[in-house]
Ligand binder design. Structure first.
Ligand code: GTP
Ligand code: MG
Length: 695
């Protein structure tokens, strides 16, 4: 196996809206690098990157895959990410392992919400970007419109580095504005091309765009700008070096042209990445925390003490856990004893691999900057840092997206609970964007994730790997009960049955509190009509009743209770008797105080292309949602609404079908609000039914 130095590596992730052609592009790239001897297709399920059964069945990428190959004595490490928004966590993890992102845009669609998500994620991590317009072999394309829409969305730093001669079926020629040549690609799939002089009819367009590119490069650097003004041009070396730096410093986002499935333009893209994309050694500062939690800067350099980040974990049958890692400094070798500084545990490095999808090649070591995988780590999860024991560092955690949707599950077979819980826990370690938890209030196991497809795939893994089956049910809603007006009642508990009796008596006043204030108890007893030692029992009786609920078995909230009178019996009064009396008094007063049910309401933001606005807003209203506002964000509309949680079940699937996959939503808890009467009745009825079934 050839060895590479850090500056011979190019790590990049491919990011895009779903279906833009990332996997097809990667397939052509590794074919061109000689890693495969034929180009697989999505339709036949034969690509190297989408090797998973689910991916083949659905014809979409679900997992990040790692691929690599040699190009002109450089190692290109490619991470193919899924575009479907349910799997955005994969994108976020992948982006932590690379120095740049290749953003693919389909010429049939232009900038989509998924493109913007990728763009923003790259922006947040300070990653340079190169843009590729794909599918230029398709019919009915308007290349200029696509380019303009990218320019409009991402600003004036978006600059043409190529343009196609003629798009549509048979597309094979590109004007390259760096080399100032016409590149004619073979259409036999070999990816090969020849260079020719730019034809006369395209010369002036090419000159204009070449000048724009040079100016963009010159503008990115003061000393280059000076040279450019003085000499009226840049030398070839100055231009190339300037372009590299401009990409690295986010001053230029160059746009290239390809057709992935016909392998047109892709070999040139391999050159461009090798020559112009950043190497790990170009990244000057890498922020980490030292042993004492102090911020330090590491360098991607083999001479520094070893550090690495686990950016993804998969568990494979017959192999066990496979942890994908990016080595940031030093080198990771098989047999190394390292420290997992996130977990504070030692870790022995087993076999190391470089990957092309599922194909693994064993290697002895991975040097600073390189990407690969290691098997059978004992205590290491996605997002953890591994480092030399003598140079403890910890990299920032990966900022995975918060769960967006939830559902409840129940075991199909009794007795499987333990296995299910172990399986769900392991699946969370593998994929931190998935969370499961037993909700003791709802008495349901609630699983949450990024979308219904995400959860569907998680449950499939649960059944395949842990051999337990569950069924989904609608998650219960954590309703609350409260009151709308003041009331008073007496709670009296008196029992005389042989021996010692029971006696407790209290008068309670209930008043409503502002939403979110919870509970307040006031002891207004004077003259010892209830002895001080029984007052805590009165409060306890109320609190326990509030926990259990009065109307529909939901917690009571936002109530102030004043105990203002009562009586006691010298012999028969006890804490127990006062607790029961208070509980009875509370129930009576509560029912008199116009009780209502509250439901959780969520802030929902939906981002969609303008043409879907009407449908989305109509649907939100149908879900008892209130539209709070609308903003335009670039070419998209963002709708802000407040929607009851009970109406959001399976919302991500509805939104997807309503917008042909072109809309995304986010949600966060906002507040509790009163449930309309008819729905409250249903909730009460349902609670009664469940209680009867239980007893
Ligand atoms: N005509 C044509 N079709 C293409 C091209 N690139 C991709 N496709 C087709 O577009 C569809 C999606 O391609 P993929 O490579 O799976 O796209 P992707 O971006 O990896 O999709 P996700 O990973 O699911 O987001 C497939 O049917 C491909 O055959 C292209 O250059 N030309
Ligand atoms: Mg894909």
């Amino acid at each position: 196996m050839k060895t590479y130095k850090t500056d011979q590596l190019r790590n990049f992730a491919i990011g895009a809206h779903g279906g833009a052609g990332k996997t097809s592009l990667v397939e052509a790239m590794i074919f061109n690098m000689g890693e495969t001897n034929r180009i697989g297709t999505i339709e036949q399920g034969t690509t190297v990157s989408d090797y998973n059964a689910d991916e083949i069945e659905r014809q979409i990428s679900i997992n990040t895959s790692l691929l690599h190959g040699d190009w002109n004595d450089h190692k290109l490490n490619i991470i193919d990410t899924p575009g479907y928004s349910d799997f955005f966590g994969e994108v976020v993890g992948a982006f932590r392992a690379v120095e740049s992102v290749l953003v693919v845009i389909s010429a049939t669609g232009s900038v989509e919400v998924g493109t913007e998500m990728v763009w923003e994620a790259a922006e947040n991590l300070g990653l340079p970007r190169t843009i590729v317009i794909n599918k230029l072999d398709k019919e009915n394309l308007d290349y200029d419109a696509v380019f303009d829409s990218i320019h409009e969305s991402f600003g004036h730093k978006v600059v043409s580095a190529q343009f196609p001669v003629k798009v549509g079926p048979g597309f094979n020629s590109i004007i390259d504005l760096i080399r100032m040549k016409l590149m004619k690609f073979s259409t036999d799939g070999s990816g090969k091309y020849t260079e020719e002089a730019i034809p006369d009819d395209l010369k002036s367009k090419a000159d204009d765009l070449h000048l724009k590119l040079i100016e963009a490069v010159a503008e990115s650097d003061d000393s280059l700008m000076e040279k450019y003004f003085e000499a009226g041009e840049l030398t070839e070396d100055e231009f190339r070096d300037g372009l590299r730096k401009a990409i690295l410093n986010h001053e230029v986002y160059p746009v290239f042209c390809v057709s992935a499935t016909t392998n047109v333009g892709v070999r040139r893209l391999n050159d461009v990445i090798t020559n112009f994309a950043p190497a790990p050694s170009d990244i000057k500062t890498l922020t980490a925390l030292d042993k004492g939690g102090k911020e330090i800067q590491k360098k991607t350099d083999i001479t520094e003490s070893t550090s690495a980040l686990i950016f993804k974990t998969i568990s494979e049958e017959h192999v066990g856990e496979l942890s994908y890692l990016k080595v940031f400094s030093g080198a990771v070798k098989s047999g190394d004893d390292l420290l997992n500084s996130t977990q504070g545990k030692d870790e022995r490095i087993g076999q190391l691999f470089v990957l092309n999808g599922k194909h693994k090649n064993s290697v002895d070591r991975l040097v600073a900057g390189d990407l690969g995988a290691v098997v059978k780590l004992k205590a290491t999860h996605t997002g953890d840092t591994l480092c030399a024991k003598t140079g403890e560092v910890q990299f920032p955690k990966i900022a995975f997206p918060e769960p967006k949707i939830r559902t409840a599950i129940i075991p199909k077979a009794k007795g499987d609970e333990e296995k299910i819980s172990v399986g769900l826990h392991a699946l969370h370690e593998e994929d931190p964007t998935f969370i499961s938890q037993f909700d003791s209030e709802l008495k349901q196991t609630i699983i949450s994730g990024q979308g219904e497809m995400h959860l569907g795939i998680i449950l499939k893994r649960l059944s395949q790997k842990y051999h337990v089956e569950v069924t989904e049910e609608e998650p219960k809603i954590p309703y609350r009960e409260t009151i709308k007006r003041k009331s008073e009642a007496q709670g009296k508990y008196k029992k005389q049955s042989g021996g010692r009796g029971q006696y407790g008596d209290c008068y309670l006043r209930l008043e409503k509190l502002p939403r979110g204030e919870g509970f307040e108890f006031v002891n207004a007893i004077v003259g010892g009509v209830i002895p001080g030692k029984f007052i805590p029992a009165v409060e306890k009786g109320i609190v326990e009743r509030m926990e259990k609920g009065v109307l529909a078995e939901c917690k009571v909230v936002d109530v102030k209770v004043t105990c203002f009178d009562g009586s006691y019996h010298n012999v028969d009064s006890s804490e127990m008797a006062f607790k029961i009396a208070a509980s009875m008094g509370f129930q009576k007063a509560f029912m008199d105080a116009t009780p209502v049910i509250l439901e959780p309401v969520y802030d929902v933001t939906v981002k969609v292309p303008e043409e879907y606005m009407g449908d989305v807003m109509g649907d939100i209203s149908g879900r008892r949602g209130k539209i709070m506002g609308m903003d335009s964000e670039g070419k998209f509309q963002v709708i802000r609404a407040k929607v009851p949680l009970g109406e959001l079940f399976k919302y991500s699937t509805s939104l997807r079908s309503m917008t042909s996959g072109r809309g995304i939503h986010n949600r966060a808890f906002s507040h509790y609000d009163e449930v309309p009467g008819d729905i409250a009745e249903k909730i009460i009825k349902q609670a009664k039914k469940e209680k009867e079934e239980e007893s």
